[in-house]
Design a protein around this ligand. Structure first.
Ligand code: HEC
Length: 166
């Protein structure tokens, strides 16, 4: 499935190496594609890219997320309540995939939205977060930083929150 997604990303070109039964690669939204790239181990991804000679765009560039920057933003703004992906205020709303899924927020878009506007007892960090009472009293985050954080949280959730080295 991931192989099919990757191949179908090459301008819908169906690669001759397509796995049997995957001739009509399921349409995958661009965002979802990004996730499948990220979740592939780099060597495997390199192999898949090498298998797609018509894919001239260096798919890994710009799609590899900035783990270090995400990790450092997370330590600054989120770790107080979400240490190691948990939730010290609301145990049923951790950043683990099972909770994100159950709460219907397992996409980068939803994570972005919650981080931006907040939810319940979680303050929003967006520069235009409204209403004020729902937003952090501390420093707001740039949209771009929230994007990096959303990617980071999604990736960590996909991988079961492995420890990130400094
Ligand atoms: C003051 C404590 C606090 C801080 C700081 C905080 N959160 Fe939260 N977060 C919460 C609480 C409480 C919830 C549950 C909200 C709800 O569902 O009503 C939550 C929920 C979430 C969820 C949804 C989880 C789920 O399973 O439903 C995401 C995603 C999230 N936070 C991301 C972040 C990110 C990213 C940051 C850092 C920018 C952050 N949070 C900072 C308290 C916090």
């Amino acid at each position: 499935m991931q192989l099919a997604s990757l191949i179908s990303s090459c301008n819908n070109y169906t690669h001759p190496l397509s796995i049997k039964g995957e001739q009509n690669p399921i349409a995958v939204k661009a965002e979802n594609l990004k996730f499948s790239f990220k979740s592939l181990a780099p060597p495997l991804m390199a192999a898949l890219v090498a298998l797609s000679p018509l894919c001239y765009t260096p798919v890994s560039n710009g799609q590899t997320i900035d783990i270090q920057r995400g990790g450092s933003l997370f330590r600054q703004a989120c770790i107080g309540c979400h240490d190691a992906g948990g939730n010290i205020i609301q145990p049923g709303a951790t950043l683990y995939m099972k909770d994100l899924q159950r709460n219907g927020v397992d996409t980068e878009e939803e994570i972005y939205r919650i981080t931006y506007y907040g939810k319940g007892r979680m303050p929003g960090f967006g520069s235009e977060c409204m209403p004020r009472g729902q937003c952090t009293f501390g420093a707001r985050l740039e949209d771009d930083d929230i994007k990096v954080l959303a990617e980071f949280v999604k990736m960590q959730a996909d991988q079961g929150w492995p420890t990130i080295q400094d």
